[in-house]
Ligand binder design. Structure first.
Ligand SMILES: Cc1cc2nc3c(=O)[nH]c(=O)nc-3n(C[C@H](O)[C@H](O)[C@H](O)COP(=O)(O)O)c2cc1C
Length: 385
């Protein structure tokens, strides 16, 4: 049995990732902001909802097909945007995108990816979304829109919860840098991650591939890249800028990082097709609510006029079932596929998606649902009412 086949759930893949990665890289994936309360709560919140089964239904065939963002995915969940995948495995974004495509679901490419949006598009056939920021350099934002159209991205996703970077203390303790630097504090963890080190020597391509041409044009070297990106977060971005971007794109448009009723109503008003109800996996505002807890009120507020995607804390198929039953249209995952990627490259990312898919199919059958579209509030019994 291969090492990946011995991973029977996402938690096993996390352990495998931990054993293979130098500490700075593992904790960059695994950590959250401040005391990590929000990060933990994202997953723990699912325990506040029980699943109520109905028996004696035909559950011979389970249908996971999910219409979202103008397309139909084969799964009710997709891969959320995550930056700098090369830090975790040399298969980087292409490995993750191919895993999504293999299972007929969507891959979201981050602005801060280590593979360009054109390379990802050329290397995979599945549906793709590009995650964009409204940067101080509006010309670059506008350029991304054109490049995404040229490369056939289905949707654009604007992340709005990063006016500035969250306080990730694990990164400070572990000496996380981009590109990676071996320091006295991290020397032993690099030395013991020989797989990772070996591939570092073979392909040391730690470039922020979508933005580096802009940095070069400004006359800064690769070392100025992170400074450039941090300097580009624009705290003055407002709903008017979002309306401008929706107008530029003219296609399925997602706003990621929204949690309040007021904001989902504004999202609908500016013409978004969907929101990713998300707190960035607990990496930004410590104390923000678990996305799954927000869903019923948001659904009441927007009815069926806006798609709601739950993002954060999903580690089990039953978590996805609970989110859908509470009113979400789809879900997305971040760390689960990154643990898989770190544990075994493309095959590891596939393992992560397949584990969640298998759990979904089994749990839906046990719940008495032949299709994800059959899920509804009657399947939920709150633990505390
Ligand atoms: C290592 C890492 C990098 C991330 N990078 C980005 C990013 O570049 N853009 C973005 O919008 N969200 C980013 N996210 C947040 C994810 O898109 C997603 O919201 C989050 O991971 C969901 O929570 P989960 O990891 O518990 O599934 C990142 C998350 C992680 C773990």
């Amino acid at each position: 049995m291969s090492a990946l086949n011995k991973c029977h759930n996402i938690s096993d893949l996390r352990k495998k990732a931990k054993s293979r990665l130098p500490a700075p890289m593992f904790h960059y994936i695994d950590g959250g902001a401040d005391d990590e309360w929000t990060m933990r709560r994202n997953t723990e919140a699912f325990e506040d909802y029980q699943l109520m089964p109905n028996y004696l239904r035909d559950v011979e065939n389970i249908d996971l097909k999910t219409p979202v963002l103008g397309t139909t995915l084969d799964l009710p969940f997709f891969l959320a945007p995550t930056g700098m995948s090369r830090l975790f495995h040399h298969h980087k974004e292409i490995g993750a995108a191919r895993a999504a495509a293999e299972f007929g679901t969507m891959y979201s490419l981050s602005t801060l990816a280590t593979t360009s949006l054109e390379e990802v598009s050329a290397a995979t056939t599945g549906p793709k979304m590009f995650q964009i920021y409204i940067l101080k350099d509006r010309e670059l934002t506008r350029e991304f829109v054109g490049r995404c159209k040229d490369s056939n991205y289905q949707a654009l996703c604007l992340t709005v919860d990063t006016a500035l970077a969250g306080n990730r203390e694990r990164d400070l303790y572990n000496g996380m840098t981009m590109p990676p630097k071996i320091t006295p504090a991290s020397f032993f963890s690099y030395a013991s991650s020989w797989h990772w080190l070996f591939n570092l020597m073979l392909s040391p391509d730690f470039r922020l591939a979508n933005v580096m041409h802009r940095v070069d044009a400004l006359g800064k070297g690769a070392m100025g890249l992170i400074d450039y990106v941090n300097s580009q977060f624009d705290r003055t971005v407002s709903w008017d800028d979002v309306a401008w971007l929706v107008d530029q794109w003219q296609g399925p448009f997602v706003i990621k990082g929204i949690q309040s009723v007021e904001d989902v109503k504004r999202a609908r008003e500016v013409g978004a097709s969907a929101v990713m109800v998300s707190n960035h996996g607990g990496r930004q505002l410590e104390g923000s609510p678990a996305p799954v807890d927000c869903i019923p009120a948001l659904r009441d507020a927007v009815g069926n006029n806006l798609e709601l995607i739950v993002d954060g804390g999903i580690r089990r198929g039953t978590h996805i079932i609970k989110a859908l039953a509470l009113g979400a249209d789809a879900c997305s995952i971040g760390r689960p596929y990154l643990y898989g990627l770190a544990a075994g490259g493309e095959a590891g990312a596939k393992r992560a998606v397949n584990l969640l898919k298998t759990e979904l199919e089994r749990s839906l059958a046990l719940l008495g649902c032949a299709s994800v579209s059959d899920l509804g509030p009657d399947h939920i019994l709150p633990l505390r009412s």
